[in-house]
Write a protein that binds this ligand. Structure first.
Ligand code: HEC
Length: 134
């Protein structure tokens, strides 16, 4: 069991490295980890792959929402730090005590499978403009 977990982790790290900076689809291992984490920490407030509308609060992360308007580095910060309480809104909690940056990246990779090709392309451009590429 131990050995197997180690091998999976190494494969996952290699995939993350090779996936950096090009358009390769995320590998299965990261997506299933992302899905598991999303289901545990996010789905209760944000809902899943389909349904909802742009006006929902908490916002939807699927193609109906606006998550794809934000760069990766901003999304990672929002998830780790949380968002300030806004009047009349429920609050987005911060996850820095529960999730590593790599885990948030896995969650984002999973969320991105819900977007259409154009949304993914636009979001990748926003990310390239706003984030340092690492
Ligand atoms: C307790 C409910 C709750 C949980 C759990 C939660 N969120 Fe949120 N989240 C919110 C609310 C509410 C907002 C909107 C806050 C606002 O508009 O003031 C939000 C906003 C966001 C935003 C910014 C808006 C957007 O879509 O771009 C992101 C990104 C986000 N959440 C990601 C996540 C992720 C990833 C998880 C799981 C790790 C998560 N949230 C878990 C309630 C939650």
């Amino acid at each position: 069991m131990r050995l197997r977990a180690g091998v999976v982790a190494v494969v996952g790290a290699g995939v993350l490295l090779t996936a950096c900076g090009d358009d390769q689809p995320e590998a299965e291992v990261d997506l299933s980890r992302g899905e598991e984490l999303y289901d545990r920490h996010c789905v209760a407030c944000h809902g899943g792959a389909t349904g909802g509308s742009i006006d929902d609060i908490p916002p939807r992360h699927n193609a109906e929402g606006h998550t794809w308007h934000h760069a990766d580095c901003d999304l990672i910060d929002m998830v780790l730090d949380g968002l300030p309480q806004r009047e009349g809104h429920p609050q987005m909690p911060g996850f820095e005590d529960e999730l590593s940056e790599a885990e948030v990246e896995a969650i984002l990779a999973y969320i991105k499978t819900w977007w259409d090709a154009e949304q993914r392309e636009v979001q990748a451009e926003i990310t390239a403009q706003r984030c340092n590429g690492d």
